[in-house]
Design a protein around this ligand. Structure first.
Ligand code: PLP
Length: 355
């Protein structure tokens, strides 16, 4: 029936998300969700919101949520855009701000949704290789381009870029939009949101899916100069007037109103990450220094695809990418202490027998 398809649909290569298996007693460390539940305040806000009139449409402008975010980041509501997960925000960013005559630049090893959006919106792009240590060198971006995007910390490497390097990149490209996708920033980096007043070419994208434990609610946002935000609003209002439902907005506001819970759960994940890193290094893994809620690691004597399968046989699911330069690495999401203990037990057994 594909003769009914639009021409572009034939050419798309859709993104493949990490699986959501429905097995019991699974240790699920493959999609970087938070192992801790959302803040009780977020859950209570959702319950309260179910008493609202769900017969009526939600606020199309999400004013209450925008004002919560603006206050949190010391900005105004004109600097805030919200969407149905940061994936949707990013989709609008690609269409509104990254499609130019000159190519978009992003790292060769990065979030694999970027080339997918380029396919959907016909954005010309060129990748820039990470250095030998899998780090972004901002000077490698000193080339003709229409715009730049990268995650910070980068995914799936977990490496973070310092604010000084981001400043240099922004200064080197005053006439290009630079998008910093901060999905994992709360696990160890410094947000570039503090630079928004000084750099009208900076757009910061964040999500409530990782550090705020709300992947199931689908809330993401962008922060930037009012002109950049207006471009996103134009696309959004030509696409879907109500991307965020009432429960999602209430949950997001509740999550941002519970800073102590947020800080405690982030710190627990950071502590577990450091423990896991040490444990894996002792087993002979090379673990890339991570500022995210996952580690990216390789072992000189263990094949990564085999290890992924062996872990799966023990009901532990991790992420493996069969891609150039990283096909001997596994990406492991940081779980609870109990999940981490189980992971370490199985890793020790597997590496001794196969390593
Ligand atoms: C998880 C992730 C996102 C998407 O987050 P959602 O808000 O759940 O859509 C965006 N960018 C990167 C780099 C991610 O890892």
């Amino acid at each position: 029936m594909s003769q009914f398809w639009s021409k572009i649909v034939h050419e798309l290569t859709p993104y493949v998300p990490g699986e959501q298996p429905k097995m019991a007693n699974l240790v699920k460390l493959n999609t970087n969700e938070n192992p801790y539940p959302p803040s009780p305040k977020a859950l209570e806000a959702i319950r309260q919101a179910t008493n609202n009139l769900l017969t009526l449409y939600p606020d199309p402008n999400a004013d209450a949520l925008k004002s919560t975010l603006a206050k949190h980041f010391n900005l105004t509501s004109h600097n805030v855009f919200v969407g149905n997960g940061s994936d949707e925000v990013l989709a609008h960013v690609f269409q509104a701000l990254l499609k130019h005559d000159k190519p978009l630049l992003f790292p060769d090893i990065t979030y694999s949704f970027y080339p997918v959006y380029c396919g959907l919106y016909q954005v010309d792009y060129r990748t820039v290789a990470l250095n030998e240590a899998f780090a972004i060198d901002v000077d490698d971006y000193n080339q003709e381009c229409g715009a730049i995007i990268f995650p910070n910390p980068n995914a799936p490497t977990g490496r973070v870029l310092e604010l000084e390097a981001i400043k240099r990149l922004l200064k080197n490209h005053p006439n290009q939009v630079v998008v910093v996708d901060e999905a994992y920033i709360d696990f160890g980096g410094q947000s570039a949101a503090v630079l928004i007043d000084q750099y009208p070419n900076l757009l910061v994208v964040q999500t409530l899916s990782k550090s705020r434990s709300l992947a199931g609610m689908r809330v993401g946002f962008a922060l930037g100069h009012a002109t950049l935000i207006e471009a996103l609003e134009r696309v959004k209002n030509s696409f879907n007037s109500y991307p965020l439902d009432k429960l999602a907005m209430a949950a997001a506001i509740g999550a941002f109103e519970d800073q102590p819970y947020f800080e405690t759960t982030c710190q627990k994940i950071i502590d577990t990450r450091e423990q896991l890193t040490q444990f894996m290094q002792d087993l002979g893994f090379n673990v890339i220094p991570s500022a995210a809620n996952f580690v990216f690691a390789t072992h000189p004597k263990v094949d990564a695809a085999t290890l992924t399968q062996q872990l799966r046989d023990e009901s532990i699911i991790v992420r493996y990418f069969k891609l150039p330069r990283i096909d001997q690495y596994v990406r492991i999401t940081i779980g609870t202490d109990a999940e981490n203990a189980r992971l370490c037990e199985v890793l020790a057994k597997l590496v001794v027998t196969t390593g």
